[in-house]
Design a protein around this ligand. Structure first.
Ligand SMILES: [Cu+2]
Length: 278
């Protein structure tokens, strides 16, 4: 990928598309819609390995890395968004970031026809302490209720819950935090940690979702998701020394889904999230 910026635009898009297929299983896809002369949402923060997917909605646009308003070949990425090119994707994996370093992981971008109209956006790439596994986007859902890429199985809200992390992998610093999204407002959610990935990381049916984390399991606290279905756990989760330097642990969120859940089991779970502590 080091010569990416020297390739033709078409080749660059093709290369990025091929890279995507190998990273989808353990990474998230973040959608940015083009609406009129704007990107929505304009600014996104993602983890290394995630993919940003821009979706066309009318007119003639492009997605050009940088802030200089001109397409001059120094872009880390370039893609058209028009009637013939309705989706443009970039996977910000480690190789891409290494080949196209930007201060603070900040990739500004613009639409060249509409730069003067303020049609700009940004992608900020931050390192996550762990990696996701066991999503429910395939044929493995309990009752034909897959979630989106990287998510657990769909709940009464129509999409799945997702767990991600921030902070460090230092067991002694104990500053790791977990963020749950896509749960159900006002219905209790429990973070738990296990010592193994269930079924080799693919998970097994469990309520309306897939059990991903297993083995020796410890509960790490109940939260009530806010109006957006989000909740946060930590820092300071390792008070009972459930993990130490050298340990790998697997985290998952169990949550209630008592009204209109797709399989009728009254609960669901997020994807899984593995962290190797040091
Ligand atoms: Cu535009």
């Amino acid at each position: 990928m080091s010569s990416l910026r020297n390739l033709t635009r078409l080749s660059a898009v093709l290369t990025i598309s091929l890279a995507l297929t190998s990273t989808l299983a353990s990474a998230d896809v973040i959608v940015v819609n083009q609406f009129g002369l704007a990107f929505d949402p304009p600014d996104v923060t993602i983890a290394t390995g995630d993919t940003v997917r821009w979706i066309y909605n009318g007119g003639n646009h492009d997605v050009v890395e940088g802030l200089d308003g001109t397409v001059d070949g120094d872009e880390a990425f370039f893609g058209l968004l028009d009637a013939q090119n309705t989706v443009f994707e970039v996977t910000f994996d480690a190789a891409f970031v290494a080949a196209n370093p930007r201060p603070g992981g900040l990739y500004d971008y613009f639409c060249s026809p509409h730069f003067n109209f303020g049609m700009v956006g940004s992608v900020t790439v931050v390192d996550e302490p762990g990696t996701s596994f066991c999503d429910c986007s395939g044929s493995n859902s309990p009752c034909s209720n897959p979630g989106g890429a990287g998510e657990g199985c769909a709940n009464a809200g129509g999409s799945g819950a997702m767990i991600s992390g921030t902070g460090s992998t230092s067991a002694s610093a104990d500053d790791i935090t977990f963020n749950g999204s896509g749960m159900l407002s006002g219905q209790a959610a429990l973070l738990f940690v296990g010592t193994i990935q269930v079924n080799g990381g693919l998970g097994l049916s469990f309520g309306d979702g897939l059990r991903c984390a297993g083995g020796q399991v410890t509960r790490l606290g109940v939260r009530i998701p806010n109006g957006s279905g989000a909740a946060t756990w930590g820092p300071g989760l390792n008070s009972a020394s459930n993990w130490g330097a050298g340990d790998t642990r697997h985290f998952q969120i169990w949550y209630r889904d008592t009204v209109g859940g797709p399989c009728g089991n009254q609960f669901n779970v997020s994807n899984g999230y593995s962290v190797s502590f040091n």
